[in-house]
Design a protein around this ligand. Structure first.
Ligand code: NOJ
Length: 795
């Protein structure tokens, strides 16, 4: 069953049946003023922190309530409904609804009883307030009198947990005021305005473009003894103009519209954390509602569509196009900006950036906005400790050069992270490489950046120290120790256990560094010898003919041997053996075949199999999860991207694309009840074959899957592989495709690319025609590119 469709031209996902299997959500604004809005207008808003700056209440994991509700009431009959299907939820045979989730805006259009309503939710570019534009249209041939009630439920305290549980305090610190066009909620009122003029925590809910007919700041007055589907004030046709004093605050404002046949009207509700003066200024700004909103919406669309414009593909698979061109790309920006801050799964309590997640998130936008990527990359390099490791959690308040580290109790106390991960800083290598390759800015390697705690060094020096950290944390076999975790949060191998995955990451880092340090012969010699030695160890100690093992426990026992009953085959060592260029062609064939045979399911590849049940060990913390779930044999989605990339690098277009399709959200559009979460964004994992709910996905939006799958698609399937010297275009596509086209902006030059697959091959193109001149497939030097280029890749 499907609940909607992709409207690619507008870059929207349109939900036509609002009774979705989960609250399908969208992101508005930025973490400075963030808002999450769902198909039924559920969700919450916050200032800077989802947990510590919450201004709207939301009950996680319940009924997608409360929300940004607009109630409509027919003044003649008393019948009422909501502008989103829920909370009132009129029978769907009498109520038409379309929710358009776009790039940082959501519009919900409904039609009921001859009235069409459109509610547009957005946060203007760079602003820290939100707008709900309401437009009504009378579709009947008689005059209609409609009352409109806007409703939101304020928190009493910005710390959302306090608002939930510390009632003996929080119920008694707020009160509301009415100021003609808006309600203002005060918190600890004595505190504001501060003598220095700084803003407080007051929240406002205002109305522009219409006159307030009634209001209340008291949730209990608005709702009465009912819930959101039948608020007493809406039943009664008015609020009682009461204000909150010791209780649950809300913002509820009514306006009335008399609409002649065919007539339309527009007004806007406004919301934010502002002082009384700022609130008034904002509401006044929207008096010319339609014009102001149209302009702001156009700015928003121009910005986001501009961000997505550097790559446009047209292939025989529309779902693939929509994911690469819009939804996966937009999700990459959201993870890039929001990290793991706030969603309907994350409440915002993590006040920082996870090192590995963020460095990977940067890769997801590299082909679209490399300069934005560089800013965050520089920030992450500044969060490397002087000895080369990455800080496990980089505080939002990060102050490079002055930070505490896991060696100090203060850091552990503040972040809850007691020690280093084996992989964190190693993610820098592919990310720095991708930045330099996309831009040609090799001078970046010489840029000086502080370390987190002390010292300053060039980017190259940062990378050298990262290698040094791995090389000074080796286990008994000479492979990187697994430490507190490698990529897998649930694998704790300690100082003596070793990780094959990290060994391949280190191998890749050494190969990349050779290119970055080409004019340092002594260092290159060291890199060569180290790489050779590491590969020898991997081949001698970890290769079992058809697979690489996962590593060694602290007591030396092998993890992931084919002799084991459980967890005898793991995905990441296989894909990373290929991605790192460590595997020979023969090994690559063998290990990728085993991965396909042992791990693949109709919904993607399981991260390992069989799941741990009985034969787990102390550091195998994934046993906490049910078999087939998350790291315990679930289809962890981040590794799907690596599997796609690995297959594509081997020229296996059929399998690369098969893996894309199996786990791609869009593939589930017509089987949406199975997947449950949104068919337009990746989740963290999908339940594997051992679960009775195989195919169900979880942890929407904020996941590393966005970037790895993006890279798998762009570098892998589409074969767009920039190098410092230029760009290689080496697609790996399904055999049956006749070809496809790509419009790519590379270092400011336009590439009009046609891939001709009349030979019906899967990968490894034969030749390339650049501006009419034929050449062998391989890297096209950047200096041979003109402002506009016609490129034909012949497979
Ligand atoms: C989710 C975490 O955010 C990520 O850092 C980790 O790599 C995966 N879980 C796998 O454990």
């Amino acid at each position: 069953m499907n609940y909607g469709y992709f409207e690619e031209k507008a870059r929207e996902y349109v939900i036509t049946n609002p009774n979705t299997p989960a609250p399908w959500a969208n992101y508005l604004g930025s973490p400075d003023y963030g808002a999450i809005v769902t198909v039924n207008a559920g969700g919450y808003s916050f200032v800077k922190s989802g947990a510590a700056g919450r201004i709207l209440r939301y009950t996680f994991n319940q009924f997608d309530e409360p929300g940004r509700y607009i109630y409509l009431r027919d003044e003649e009959t008393g019948d009422f409904w909501s502008a989103s299907w829920k909370p009132v939820a009129k029978p769907l045979d009498t109520y038409k609804s379309e929710c358009h989730h776009g790039t940082s805006y959501t519009e919900i259009i409904s039609e009921y009883n001859g009235i069409r309503s459109r509610v547009l939710y957005y946060v203007p570019m760079g602003a820290t307030h939100e707008v709900w534009r309401v437009s009504l249209e009378n579709l009947t041939d008689r005059e209609r009198k409609i009352s409109v009630f806007g409703y939101c439920e304020f928190t009493t305290e910005s710390l959302y947990t306090q608002d939930l549980v510390n009632l003996q305090y929080t119920q008694f610190i707020t009160k509301t005021e009415f100021h003609d066009t808006f309600l203002l909620e005060q918190i600890n009122e004595f505190n504001y305005p501060r003598p220095d003029g700084t803003t407080g925590r007051e929240r406002f809910f205002g109305l522009a473009g219409a006159k307030v007919a009634s209001y209340t700041g008291r949730r209990e007055q608005f709702l009465g003894r009912s819930r959101f589907d039948k608020p007493q004030a809406v039943v009664d046709g008015k609020c009682d103009n009461s204000l909150n004093y010791n209780g649950n605050p809300c913002g509820a404002l009514q306006f009335c519209a008399a609409l002649k046949p065919g007539e339309k009207t527009t007004a806007a509700f406004l919301l934010g954390q502002k002082t009384v003066f700022e609130a008034k200024e904002i509401v006044d700004r929207y008096t010319q509602t339609a014009e102001t909103v149209d302009k702001e919406l156009q700015e928003l669309i121009a910005y986001w569509h501009g961000e997505l414009a550097n790559l446009k593909i047209t292939t025989p698979d529309k779902n693939f196009d929509t994911m690469v061109n819009t939804w996966n790309a937009f999700q990459c920006f959201i993870t890039f900006v929001w990290s793991r801050a706030a969603s309907l799964m994350y409440c915002g309590e993590r006040n920082g950036y996870g090192y590995r997640d963020t460095v990977q998130d940067i890769q997801g936008i590299m082909h679209l906005d490399p300069e934005l990527a560089r800013q965050q990359l520089t920030f992450m390099l500044s969060a490397q400790v002087h000895h080369g490791a990455g800080l496990p959690l980089v505080k939002f308040s990060h102050n490079a050069g002055h930070e505490d580290t896991p060696e100090q109790d203060s850091y552990v106390k503040a972040t809850g992270h007691p020690s280093y991960r084996a992989d964190d800083a190693l993610w820098l290598f592919p990310t720095v490489y991708k930045y330099i390759a996309e831009t040609g800015n090799t001078a970046y390697l010489d840029e000086e950046i502080p370390f987190a705690d002390k010292d300053v060094g060039t980017v190259r020096e940062h990378l050298k120290r990262a290698i040094n950290f791995s090389m000074t944390h080796l286990g008994p076999h000479g492979m990187p120790a697994g430490l507190h975790a490698d990529w897998n949060d649930c694998l704790q191998l300690g100082a003596k256990g070793e990780s094959t995955f990290v060994a391949f990451q280190l191998y890749y880092a050494l190969i990349i560094m050779k290119e970055f340090c080409a004019d340092e012969p002594e260092y290159v010699k060291y890199l060569d010898e180290t790489a050779e030695n590491l590969l020898k160890i991997l081949n001698e100690q970890c290769f079992e003919g058809d697979r690489f093992i996962r590593g060694f426990r602290e007591d030396g026992v092998v993890i992931g041997s084919k002799k084991d009953n459980e967890a005898n085959m793991w995905l990441n060592p296989q894909s990373w053996a290929v991605i790192s260029r460590g595997a020979t062609a023969e090994q690559a064939e063998a290990i990728l075949n085993t991965a396909c045979e042992k791990l693949n399911t109709p919904y993607g590849l399981e991260v390992m199999q069989p799941s741990y049940r009985y034969e787990y060990f102390e550091g195998a913390r994934m046993r906490l999860f049910n078999p087939g779930t998350k790291e315990n044999g679930g289809i962890f989605c981040q590794p799907q991207g690596w599997a796609i990339l690995a297959e594509a690098l081997c020229g296996h277009g059929n399998r690369a694309f098969q893996y894309f399709k199996e786990s791609s959200p869009a593939s589930f559009n017509d089987d949406a009840d199975r997947r449950v979460i949104e068919p337009y964004v990746h989740g963290q994992f999908i339940e594997g074959h051992e679960s009775p709910f195989a195919g169900r996905s979880h942890v929407h939006w904020l996941t590393g899957t966005a970037s790895t799958v993006m890279v798998g698609c762009v570098e892998g399937i589409l074969g767009l592989r920039p190098t410092p010297a230029g760009i290689e275009i080496s697609p790996a596509i399904p055999k049956e495709w006749d070809g496809f086209t790509m419009e790519k902006v590379f270092r400011g030059r336009k590439l009009h690319i046609i891939v001709d697959n009349s030979a019906h091959k899967e990968g490894k193109p034969a030749k390339v025609v650049l501006n009419g001149v034929e050449r062998a497939a391989g890297v096209i030097p950047a200096d041979e590119l003109k402002a506009e280029n016609d490129i034909t890749v012949i497979m």
